[in-house]
Design a protein around this ligand. Sequence first.
Ligand code: ADP
Ligand code: MG
Length: 253
Amino acid sequence: MVWAVPCECTTGDRTERALQRARVPERYRHCDFENYETDNEIENVTREQLAAYNRSLNQAKMFVQRFAQEYSPVPGMQSEHGILLMGPCGVGKTHLAVSALKTIVLRGHTGLFYDYRELLKAIQDSYNPENQATEMSVLEPVLKTEILVLDDVGSSKPSPWALETVGHVLNTRYNEKRVTLLTTNFLDTDAVSANPSLQPQRVAGMRSPTVEDSLTERVGKRIRSRLYEMCRTLEIHAPDYRKEIRHAGRVRS
Ligand SMILES: Nc1ncnc2c1ncn2[C@@H]1O[C@H](COP(=O)(O)OP(=O)(O)O)[C@@H](O)[C@H]1O
Ligand SMILES: [Mg+2]
């Protein structure tokens, strides 16, 4: 008896095709939970601070991984309808969001990755009559896909049109009980003042958010409050992986 066994190279192709279909940018295609490190060594921080950073990374990883593994499209089976990953640049927010997206699309579900600015630009470009894409052809997959990653929320100027558009996407997905994972470099000023213990965990020299650069300022009160309702918020406190961890004595490719 001869059994046909799928060749390993077809598995790789399948993953690649699934990531392409989900519009995951090439620079994030390697991201998965296995290569998200939570035992980093960082120079010039105390042992306590290092432990706090690694704990923060580990908590975020465990939560997002469990969420991805337990994802179910059946209404009522999904306890959270989204995750909002907050934190400074380079702590691996996009890495974790892509890892979750990958886990879910490889199980056969539909998923899409959109950078916040690029989504708004694609919609805006669709208004140009010379462009073949219509607003609906851009928006429909974003509204309907089972899991949407919206990366770098708040990174573009909060014009009334942009906020209206993003509000529509989030409300529709929330009403239809679809899952949305969001990342942002902006923080909540109130979360910081309400929890002063977060303060010492912040990266040395890192500015606490002012009202001007808080998430609410970037997306407006209505969207911030919609996000509270539809997402579990996870703040990640750690230094920039690219800058401070790569050069901290470990050699990485
Ligand atoms: N804890 C980590 N372990 C492994 N790689 C990481 C980790 N954190 C960040 N990276 C890598 O560093 C780069 C920047 O991470 P990214 O997810 O873009 O950060 P953020 O979205 O928070 O700005 C990516 O290539 C990512 O794969
Ligand atoms: Mg990012």
